[in-house]
Design a binder for this molecule. Sequence first.
Ligand SMILES: [Zn+2]
Length: 262
Amino acid sequence: VVNDRAALLAAPEGAERLLGLFDTDHLPYRLDHRGEAELGARIPSLAEMTTAALSRLARRRDGFVLQVEGGRVDHAAHNNDSASLILEMLDFDEAVAIALSFQQQNPDTLVVVTTDHGNSNPGLTGVGQNDTALARLDGFRVSTERLAAGLGSTASLEELRKRLVAATGLPLTDDELAPLHAALAGHGNAPYRPDRAFAPTLASVLENHTAIGWTGVDHTADFVLFSAIGPGAAGFPTLIRNDAVHSHLVEALSLHSVRAGA
Ligand SMILES: [Zn+2]
């Protein structure tokens, strides 16, 4: 069992099993690494975890199935947290590169990249001053989750302003801060999800600066992207219903007999 990045990177290759537990709950967002340097020393990237898993599983003579999930992409979408979402996707993208390079060296490997559902559907909206909108995300340093947890529901308007400027680098106006302060105290205008008033209110304020808008705070019914490379990949569609992912994977892994006997 390893509990930090250094221990993972130094773990003996020959051990039969390796379990990495790097936090007591969900891992911190990659965005929070920008504000807290110690996180980088403690938490490995998804690519590093993928490398550690592949180097060990590759020795299995009967083959293996490895699932690598960029799990916090979903959480960032629930929070309408654009900067966190993009950095989680980049972290996932690095892990995909590791899998693809393994596949190149081991062409009998099937690599499938997909998602279990859409979520809150961010889009570029053209709202606000969007000429340099996306570049503003470079100044973000704290996830919405960590920001809200640090503020609590009783924070003053000035405390909110101070923390938001530190988190985003944006000079927010009093008009922008007022609805956020209300949402923080539980008086937000979010009739469908009063428990999640702060995050979408913050996102709609930030939309004026980042030009990224969201359709909601929960999973959506979109078709999901499905991409694959390796044996059997040619038969996979590009866009499918999310509940069809399962049957395609069963097919690819030749698990019909297992399913029938279950
Ligand atoms: Zn979710």
